[in-house]
Design a protein around this ligand. Structure first.
Ligand code: SF4
Length: 281
């Protein structure tokens, strides 16, 4: 059994939280650059240039790229021959989030109680943590600093099998259209189809961890991702909702089997601050 010290996990998670907020991934920057070449609206072009400049300033001055420093979402691929020595992986990740957000002067955006709105006293914790067990002794942690505005415009629908693929496409496009400027476009659109009520939401979230430009390995889903992205970019919403041809930077679809009576579909919108980091421990 391989052991990873608790404090090592805490320190690595703290680093990830800061890097996610300070350094936008190359996949996102490249997507901005590509969009700039194709954007038809002069205002849209200016906004894309501003987003690139904003990302450069955040990186060079070590400041957050957005005032919304995100809710911390983790997917951990944990080998069954590996354990955290000295504490639980949940505690280690939450302690890392607290350390990273406190020491990085990152806004703490979590309320302890969604009804009374009392603010969490432990910086950005608790994090949302999903653990996927794997064979072997590796441990890979994926982290996203997920923006609240884009999360708010996400949607889930228990569709009927008779709605079919055309019904699914219409629901996805309506969700993006209804979001308009509120999800801070240009967007990365994560889609989960199948599973059940909670599983399709997880699939949609998980799809957002795939880097921009990485297509589904299923040919028909890869084609559907491109078809939906092209249709989203004809909606005219554009960068920051100011009009233009860049509403979506990418579309990701994850799919799983489901009940004979069901067609669950979840759409998790991510804003242009599409922040995700990964470490192998
Ligand atoms: S949704 Fe994204 S871009 Fe908009 S305020 Fe939140 S983090 Fe920033």
């Amino acid at each position: 059994m391989r052991a990873i010290p608790y404090q090592f996990v805490v320190n690595e998670v703290a680093k990830m939280c800061q890097e996610a907020n300070f350094e936008l991934g190359n996949d996102v920057i490249d997507a901005f650059q590509d969009a700039l070449k194709n954007e038809t609206s002069p205002i849209g072009q200016n906004i894309l240039q501003d987003l690139i400049e904003n990302a450069n300033i955040a990186s060079s001055e070590r400041i957050p790229m957005c005032q919304d420093t995100g809710g911390s979402v983790f997917i951990v691929e944990l080998g069954q021959e590996c354990h955290i020595e000295g504490g639980s992986i949940y505690d280690a990740i939450n302690e890392g989030v607290i350390k990273g957000y406190e020491e990085g002067y990152l806004r703490h955006s979590i309320v302890d109680n969604p009804l009374t709105r009392t603010k969490s006293k432990t910086y950005n914790s608790p994090a949302i943590i999903h653990i996927e067990m794997r064979p072997g002794s590796e441990c890979t942690i994926h982290m996203s600093a997920k923006g609240g505005g884009s999360e708010n415009m996400s949607a889930l629908k228990m569709m009927k099998p008779s709605d079919g693929i055309e019904g699914v496409k219409a629901f996805i496009l309506d969700t993006v259209k209804n979001a308009g400027p509120n999800a801070c476009p240009p967007l990365v659109v994560g889609i989960g189809i199948g599973g059940n009520f909670e599983r399709c939401a997880y699939l949609a979230k998980k799809s957002l961890f795939r880097p921009i430009g990485h297509r589904s390995q299923h040919q028909e889903l890869a084609e559907l991702e491109l078809e939906l992205m092209a249709k989203m970019n004809l909606l005219g919403i554009g960068p920051q909702g100011m009009g233009g041809s860049t509403t979506a930077l990418d579309v990701k679809i994850e799919i799983e089997p489901c009940h004979i009576a069901a067609l669950p579909v979840a759409i998790n919108l991510n804003c242009h601050a599409s922040r995700h980091k990964e470490i192998n421990l």
